[in-house]
Design a protein around this ligand. Structure first.
Ligand code: ADP
Length: 385
């Protein structure tokens, strides 16, 4: 019988093209079962279930093992990494995570992203948070849309600056019962935020670890559109977060939303579902117009094999309330858009666990070649403060 260790050694040449490391090193080889007749069964664990590079692994694993003497045939099977295995993978990749204790009282983190701007991601974040609160949940919103922050406006939070507690933690502002933190609280109104890379990483890390979020059932994170630095950073800092994708119904929007989904896949973030916004418009006389087309949200959800969490119609009050500083779900819960958002909130409650703690905090030792750890931030040392 062919030796398992020899097979494992042969598999070292199979490289994950996205993570640039061998599947053996990444601990993605789940099992190796050689049999006397030369047939070998290999099971490889992938991060997302619908991993687009499955085919690559199939071929590479078969070729690597077939090259061994005595092997007559190779069966390649796949399974999916569990949450704890994903966390271990993140750790192996040397990704920084939050220090123990940060967000320890936050049960669920939901990152709300989109492929492009203007699809209503911030509007839905603000209203979903208020709807979850209306369901009796404790909710926080982190506005991580650093270049296009709009949460302060949507919650009617003007120029107030957050206070710092005796423990030197930043205290989020509270609006309509929701705890809110935004980069907009620290910059002059309409000032352009131009940070990139490490500075952004630092600011966002502070928003997660130096903000007194307290006990929350849900922390909603409004991501910037696209697949850039912020999304990557947050995905790395919050490996247990779920990613919700907002899209409009037309096929082109769906295409860009798919890119955001692939980013989430790549950094092993779980995609919780798709929300279709601007689904249709119904006139006061009851005539329905599908202004941005139809069906895109469902198609994307099917393709990603995740639930379509809901379809939110276009309504004038939703736009007006966003600008007016009070979430529509509070101001007019009977509006069709508000009703759709409430339903999504109830769906989210059904699909997320209620018990604490959900975020297992893994302390990650810095890689050997990592730069020395920066001193612990003190008080409000955000770069814009
Ligand atoms: P994003 O965060 O994706 O850039 P916003 O939430 O800022 O998008 O929404 C863009 C604009 O569209 C805002 O003026 C908002 O009020 C409006 N809007 C979003 N969703 C709806 C909707 N379902 N009905 C009416 N207006 C909407």
């Amino acid at each position: 019988m062919i030796d398992r260790d020899a097979i494992r050694k042969a598999l070292e040449v199979v490289i994950d093209p996205e993570l640039h490391r061998s599947i053996v090193e990444l601990d993605m080889v789940r099992s190796i079962e050689p049999s006397a007749n030369g047939v070998v069964d290999v099971t490889v664990s992938l991060t997302p279930p619908g991993c687009p590079i499955k085919g690559h692994f199939q071929t590479a694993v078969a070729e690597a093992v077939e090259a061994l003497e005595g092997v007559t045939h190779v069966n390649v099977y796949f399974d999916v990494l569990s949450d704890s295995q994903k966390a271990a993978l993140q750790q192996k990749l040397g990704r920084a995570s939050l220090p123990a204790g940060a967000l320890a009282q936050v049960a669920n983190v939901l990152c709300i992203g989109s492929g492009k701007g203007g699809v209503g991601k911030s509007t839905l974040t603000a209203n979903l948070a208020a709807a979850l609160m209306g369901e009796g949940k404790r909710v926080g919103v982190l506005d991580a849309d650093v270049w296009g922050y709009s949460i302060p406006r949507m919650y009617g939070l003007g120029s107030t600056r957050p206070d710092v507690s005796a423990e030197r933690k930043i205290i989020p502002l509270t609006a309509h019962g929701v705890r809110v933190m935004s980069i907009g609280f620290f910059v002059e109104e309409d000032a352009a935020v131009v940070w990139r890379g490490p500075m952004l990483h630092k600011a966002l890390t502070q928003f997660l670890q130096d903000v007194e979020w307290g006990a929350l059932d849900y922390l909603l994170v409004d991501l910037p559109p696209g697949t850039g630095d912020v999304s990557m950073t947050l995905a790395q800092l919050l490996p247990q977060a779920q990613f919700l994708i907002v899209t409009t119904p037309q096929p082109t929007a769906q295409k860009v939303a798919r890119r955001a989904a692939h980013m989430a896949d790549k950094v092993a973030l779980e995609i919780g579902g798709v929300i279709e916004n601007m689904s249709s418009f119904t006139t006061p006389s009851g005539e329905r117009f599908t202004i941005f087309g139809e069906g895109g949200g469902k198609e994307l959800a099917d393709e990603l094999d995740v639930p379509l969490l809901g379809r939110v119609p276009l309504t004038m009050p939703l736009r007006e309330q966003s600008d007016g500083g009070v979430p529509l779900v509070i101001e007019d819960p009977d509006d069709p858009a508000a009703q759709a958002i409430h339903q999504i909130a109830r769906g989210l409650i059904a699909m997320t666990p209620a018990a604490l703690p959900v975020l297992p905090l893994v302390e990650v030792a810095p890689a050997d070649d990592a730069p020395p750890a920066s001193p612990k931030p003190v008080g409000m040392s955000l770069p814009m403060a």
